[in-house]
Design a protein around this ligand. Structure first.
Ligand code: ZN
Length: 244
């Protein structure tokens, strides 16, 4: 089930290069590129928005984070209104904060997080708000390496594990993904389950969501992309992109 994108392969080379580059070069931050807006909305297309994330992650991989403006002037500007360019659904895990992985600043990413990046009613409503009201051209759903919530879902299936409080209920929506990648011996590879969980959510957002999600996708104004984050390497692999 491993499905590494071409970019994932290329990034191995990029990361190796980054390690061998001189320390001085690595410390040179890339110039921060502000996100263009007009009349209170981003003017980026879906592909341009995705490229902003890819470029930001490449800087992160190379140790060239640009440090977005966070000062009083930027805060004053944003107090008048937000114009994020992406709705970002990911896990609550403390190792996967989207702004840091892409070097983006205040007012740029509309983030929905819970353990296991599940899209429940609250998450779906938040995504729809970002699309319908804030007019984001891109929705990303990102799982990650060694996700505890997905691992718990695998343990429910493989070991009949039970968890206290609301954790069992929280894990419940992840079970079909874990079941879907179970092999003949009943074993589940965690990375396969994480990627399958993302794939299923992305499929739902592309095909089985409300018209306020589906119409902008048909009109070419919105793309939904699935991603996987590798903890040690720092790479965000955008492995599930809509067919052109
Ligand atoms: Zn997680």
């Amino acid at each position: 089930m491993k499905n590494y994108s071409r970019r994932s392969m290329l990034a191995v080379g990029a990361a190796t290069f980054a390690v061998t580059a001189s320390a001085a070069q690595a410390q040179q931050p890339a110039a921060f590129r502000p996100v263009p807006t007009k009349d209170g909305f981003t003017t980026l297309t879906s592909d341009e928005a995705l490229q902003f994330l890819i470029d930001g992650n490449n800087n992160f991989l190379a140790g060239k984070e640009s440090g977005p403006p966070l000062g009083p002037q930027r805060r004053l500007e944003l107090a008048k209104g937000q114009a994020p360019f992406c709705a970002y659904v990911t896990c609550s895990d403390s190792r996967v904060p989207p702004e840091l992985l892409f070097g983006r600043g205040l007012g740029e990413l509309f983030i929905i997080r819970n353990a296991g990046n599940t899209v429940d009613t609250a998450a779906m409503g938040s995504i729809e708000f970002a699309v319908a009201v804030l007019k984001v051209p891109l929705v990303v759903v990102m799982g990650h390496e060694k996700c505890g919530a997905v691992d718990a879902a695998c343990k429910v299936i493989m070991e009949d594990a039970r968890f206290p409080g609301a954790i069992d209920d929280m894990i419940h929506p992840i079970l079909p993904a874990a079941l879907g990648v179970r092999d003949k011996e009943g074993k589940i590879n965690l990375e396969d389950a994480v990627r399958e969980n993302v794939r299923r959510i992305v499929h739902r957002l592309r095909n089985e969501a409300d018209p306020i999600m589906l119409n902008p996708q048909r009109e070419g104004k919105l793309k939904v992309v699935g991603a996987y984050y590798e903890l040690a390497r720092g790479l965000v692999d955008f492995f599930d992109q809509p067919k052109a």
